[in-house]
Write a protein that binds this ligand. Structure first.
Ligand code: GUN
Length: 283
């Protein structure tokens, strides 16, 4: 039986709709939530992502600004811009789009964002809070993945969750969120032996590596919930996920498409974090 397709686009639209109400309540109290995105360099995919984030802000009534800096921007200039935005009362969320130009130290840059405005959840303090199960901003993609799994009607408690990919922005924080929900979590990576055998154990399989169609049907347990975080541009210009969707949908119980799965949820969760940052600023 073909899998249920988990519609991230419509779930994200619902979420954004409910965020509009929260934004209106803040505006009534004299505070319009604001998000500043810093785009350093001219990576075309980053440009699209930042533009989509700004559009989602417009759609929900959140003020947005895009700060474009040249590829050869100095770390000092970038840190000064972040400091200015940290102090700007009209800005509640500050994000630095990744990847950064190679000459910049991403850890130093991300840690320069005020933790209270770190709506991407990439500051060491917010990631540390996540490790300890304390309140803080959770990165949008892993938070969105958790919502999608829940929306698919899958309770992860006691189940095997396998994450393919160990990035700081998806794999590692997602492992912590799944652990908080009592899943048994395995993280696979490029040195994992027999990825297929490990993946086949998964009740919930999440692919977040950036390799088109890495996950094939023979790597999926029948009935598993499969979440595809990959967004890969193919030579013909089309987008493909990390999962061979057409084949895997015949095996899985539920699956996210690319596009229209995780991507829209990442943005919705970012807006949710920005609204939360604005609420906290007046509490
Ligand atoms: N690059 C890839 N994903 C993300 C994200 O969620 N936030 C930022 N800032 N950069 C990214």
């Amino acid at each position: 039986m073909a899998a249920k397709i988990i519609d991230g686009k419509s779930l994200a639209a619902q979420l954004r709709h409910s965020l509009k109400t929260a934004v209106a309540a803040l505006v009534a109290r004299g505070v319009r939530p604001g998000l500043a995105a810093i785009l350093a360099g001219d990576d075309p995919a980053s440009r699209v992502y930042v533009r989509n984030k700004a559009r989602a802000c417009d759609d929900t009534g959140v003020h947005s600004e895009i700060h474009e800096l040249p590829e050869n921007v100095s770390e000092r200039t970038l840190l000064e811009r972040i400091a200015r935005l940290n102090a700007d009362r009209a800005v509640h969320g500050v994000l630095v789009q990744l990847p950064l130009p190679r000459h910049l130290d991403a850890h130093r840059v991300l840690d320069a964002v005020s933790p209270a405005k770190d709506v991407d959840g990439f500051h060491a303090a917010n990631l540390g809070a996540l490790v300890q199960g304390r309140p803080g901003f959770v990165p949008g993609t892993p938070a969105g993945v958790m919502r999608l799994i829940e929306h698919a009607g899958v309770d992860v408690a006691g189940r095997q969750a396998v994450i393919v990919g160990r990035s700081n922005i998806v794999g590692k924080p997602l492992a912590l969120l799944l652990l908080q929900k009592d899943a048994t979590v395995t993280i696979c990576h490029s040195r994992t032996r027999d990825l297929a055998a490990v993946a086949r154990q998964a009740d919930v399989l999440i692919a977040a590596v950036g390799r088109p169609r890495l996950i094939t049907a023979s790597m999926v347990k029948p009935g598993a919930c499969v979440i595809d975080v990959g967004i890969n541009r193919l030579a013909d210009g089309k987008l493909a996920g990390d999962v061979d969707f057409d084949a895997v949908k015949e095996i899985a119980g539920s699956i996210t498409p690319v596009p229209g799965g995780v991507g829209p949820m990442t943005i919705a969760m970012l807006i949710a974090n920005t609204v939360r940052a604005a609420e906290l600023s007046i509490e």
